[in-house]
Write a protein of this length. Structure first.
Length: 161
């Protein structure tokens, strides 16, 4: 059985990336991660099933994230390496910035579902546990989040051409 330190160490990167989508800056995301880990350690024995721990950790992180000051714009993801040519890199950086802006503008409940599914790769069941909503709600929220994000990105694309 994996102990708390090993489990939390394995979740550090994915949890940070999740929290960064809600934080105004990297420092706030790190603070939220520390608070999430503190709460997880305090309540470690509350989770009986080891398989449910990842969803439980994201539930704690989501609650902590909702208390963060609203991010005016989430930071764009790290640029991929190796870097392509200058024009391609510039276009890719702009697309990532637009995606980050559109994602940050989603309501927190829709943003959380989308990030947990598409970026953190949690199952519908794990997302339902993490957000404390019925599993049937996840599919509808995910559909709405995708549609809203698509509409926002199409609006950006149309206005820049």
């Amino acid at each position: 059985m994996v102990g708390p330190a090993e489990f939390l160490a394995a979740q550090e990167g994915p949890l940070y990336r999740f929290l960064r989508r809600f934080a105004a800056n990297a420092e706030d995301a790190r603070d939220a991660m520390q608070e999430t880990f503190r709460l997880a350690l305090e309540n470690w024995d509350a989770v009986r099933q080891a398989g449910a721990r990842r969803a439980w950790l994201y539930r704690i992180g989501y609650r902590v994230a909702l208390r963060l000051p609203r991010a005016p714009m989430a930071a764009p993801p790290e640029p991929p390496t190796p870097e392509p040519g200058p024009e391609t890199a510039l276009l890719q950086e702009e697309r990532l910035r637009q995606l980050a802006v559109a994602l940050a503008s989603l309501p927190p409940d829709l943003r959380a579902v989308l990030v947990l599914r598409e970026m953190q790769e949690l199952s519908y069941e794990e997302i339902a546990i993490a957000l404390e909503v019925p599993s049937g709600t996840i599919a509808s929220r995910l559909s709405r989040a995708r549609a809203l994000l698509r509409a926002k990105l199409e609006g950006i694309t149309c206005s820049t051409h």
